[in-house]
Each structure stands twice: as C-alpha cells, then as structure tokens.
Design a binder for this molecule. Structure first.
Ligand code: FUB
Length: 376
C-alpha cells in the first residue's frame, strides 16, 4: 500500500493569514448539535475537533507544559510539487515554528522561525517530526533531517539532531553534527520522574528503520516493511540520554511490543505493529508506549513497567484520521489528559496537515477508550 492512499479530493483550501488563531471547539468529545457553518469532511462527516491554527500547516504535534504554559512543537508542512510516494518525499519541510497557548481552548500563538534547515550545518532537507525537552534552564529541540554527508546514497540518510535555546519558542542553535549513534527519525524525549531522560525514535518505510536492521545503513535495503510477516516486527528504538541532553549514554535498544500472550507482535500484524511516531508518558507506575501503525493509520498504545519495555499491546487510541499519517502526543494539563493529533481538514492533501487537540480519557483499569476523530 502506498502513502498515496488518501488522495486529494477537494484540493487545497487557502488558510487565513495572521499570527494568532482561536482554537475553536478544541475539546469537543461531547458535542451533539452541529455548530453553524461547521466544516464537514469530504465524505460528509463531522470532525471531532477543529484545527488549532489556520495560518500555517502543521503536523506531528509534540506538546509540553513548560512553566504552566502549553507549547506545541509541530512539523511545519509546506506546499510542494513533489508527488506522493512510499518514502514520503512530498513531506519537504524546511523549518520549525512553535505554537503556544495559556490554556486548551484559548488563543494559540504561532511563533517565528525557531530553526531553519539552512541553520543546521549537517542537514540537507526534510525537517520532519520534532520534539523538545527542558533541563537546567535550557530548552532542547530534537529533529530528524537528511545528513548532507550521506547524501551520496540515493535516499539521503536520516539522522537526529539537537538544537538549544534559552526560550521555549527559540530561536534554537543547532549542534554542528547530528547526535552520534542516531539514525532514522521521529525523536520523542521522555524525562522520567527520577530525572533520567530517554529518547524514543524510529520509523519504517521513509523513516528508513528497516535499512538499519543489522546496525549499519543498507542503501539497497527495502523501501517498506521487511515482508517477514511471521517474524517479530521491527521495533522502535529507545536510548538513555546523557545529562547533557545532547548525547546518547548507550547503544539504542529495541522498544519491543508484546501481544497478550507475551510474544512479540509480528511483522504481518499491520493493525498492531510499530510504524513511526513514538510517544511515551507515565501514569501512576505504568509507562505508556504510544505509536502510529502507518499504513493502517491507527494510533496505538502498549503498557510497560519501565522506560525500556517490553510493552504489552493494549489497543487503539485513535481511529484513522483524514489523511495518510497519524502522529500525536499526550500530556496531562489541568488534571486532564489531552491528545494532540493532526489530520488534513484544511487542505485534504496528505502533506498539508493541521494539528488538533481533544481530551483523552482513561478507564478505571488504566485502559484508553478508543477515540473516533469523527462524530457520528
Ligand atoms: O511529517 C513527516 C513524517 O510523517 C513524520 O516524521 C512521520 O511521523 C509522519 O507523520
């Protein structure tokens, strides 16, 4: 199946300009009466929530609470003529802008350019899903991009970089080289309650994880799954960070997802296997490892007893959104849990996405009732 599965039906909708947009109807799970002039999906369905901003296209929202304020570090999607393909070449992003808000449902501010690929000495293109962290007075922006020095191979190899700032919205200054030992994409940094930070990363297909199966990059490796359907699926990676937050403290390990029988989820199990978009949070003593299934378009969760896993598969967090990709983050704010996600409501084009937020609930046993991004 190609990343082109969801094709543009209505074409691009121009987004209004302006730095501040109202996060209308953000937490809307209980709405039952359609609002006036409420936009509908191309097949006539009502959206669960509305885009946080309409002045730029945004995706892959990594949300954090810093000093009581909510900051969202998204990909900044841009129009391009590059056709959709399995490697995601149409996701030709080149900079980051940070969104901020005092409260969920309130005005959302779009920051200036926080980091541009031109300011990253080692990177050539494709500034994909970022994340951020804070430690000892410094904000860290983590981002994947293609490594200039490795552009010899036809694809360009992804590495993960880090940039720092004294402000949560940047501008950030990039380190001269990518993080040693990093590869693939979609970094997500989780800091545990004991202060130790871990980076989760990786993505298959265009994210290239399948090309690193034996620890070195295989330029002739598969472009998609390994097609070993009866073998354990490829795992996302987890690595402890050094206290400097700029280097890995160890060799990245597999974040293994087990099924209910305690066996690794198999490569052929596309509704459950890891594809990309790792995000970890802790609730009580449990670590929730959440991720996207890519070509089946689910956001899933699995639960473990420590940051390395293994994590036991539990279910879907979010059913497929409008658009090919599904990528998210989860935070606790104001005694509630919130899912930041994205769809293609504004453009109906896979590579021009918009971030949204909705409340995430937990059942008494810690399970997550599946969210439908559309309202019946
Ligand atoms: O935004 C580009 C890529 O698409 C991200 O890195 C993936 O997670 C997917 O959302």
């Amino acid at each position: 199946m190609r990343r082109t599965l969801v094709l543009s039906l209505a074409g691009s909708v121009l987004v209004a300009s302006g730095a501040i947009a109202l996060a209308q109807n953000a937490p809307t799970a209980k709405r039952t009466t359609p609002a006036k002039r409420e936009p509908l999906s191309p097949d006539g369905k009502r959206y669960l929530s509305q885009p946080l901003v309409t002045s730029i296209y945004t995706a892959d929202p990594s949300a954090h609470v810093f000093n009581g304020k909510i900051y969202v570090y998204p990909s900044h999607d841009v129009p391009t003529d590059i056709p959709d393909d399995d490697l995601g070449n149409e996701y030709a992003m080149h900079d980051y802008r940070v969104l901020s808000m005092d409260r969920i449902g309130g005005p959302v501010k779009v920051g200036g350019v926080a980091l541009d690929v031109k300011q990253v000495p080692w990177a050539s293109q494709q500034m994909w899903a970022p994340d951020a962290a804070y430690k000892n007075g410094t904000y860290y922006l983590y981002f994947p991009a293609r490594d200039k020095q490795l552009d010899k191979n036809k694809l360009g190899t992804f590495r993960i970089g880090v940039a720092t700032s004294k402000s949560p919205t940047g501008p950030f200054k990039a380190e001269p080289r990518p993080i040693a030992g990093s590869f693939s994409m979609d970094p997500a940094v989780y800091t545990d309650t004991d202060g130790t930070s871990y980076m989760y990363f990786g993505g298959i297909w265009g994210g290239q994880l399948q090309r690193w199966k034996n620890g070195t990059f295989d330029p002739n490796g598969s472009d998609t799954d390994l097609h070993q359907d009866d073998q354990p699926a490829l795992s996302g990676k987890v690595v402890r960070m050094n206290p400097d937050m700029k280097t890995f403290a160890e060799t990245p390990r597999d974040a293994v997802i087990l099924d209910e029988q305690g066996k690794p989820v198999l490569g052929g199990d596309h509704d459950r296997r890891f594809f990309e978009a790792s995000w970890v949070f802790k609730r009580g003593a449990k670590y929730y490892y959440t991720y996207s299934t890519g070509d089946t378009h689910f956001l899933n969760y699995a639960i473990g007893d420590n940051p390395y896993g293994p994590f036991t598969y539990k279910g879907h967090i979010l059913k497929p959104v409008q658009g090919w990709t599904s990528h998210h983050s989860i935070i606790e704010w104001n005694n509630k849990w919130w899912l930041f996600y994205a769809d293609t409501q504004l453009s109906n084009r896979n590579h021009l996405r918009n971030v949204k937020v909705t409340e995430l609930k937990f059942a008494a046993d810690g399970s997550i009732p599946t969210i439908d991004p559309f309202i019946d």
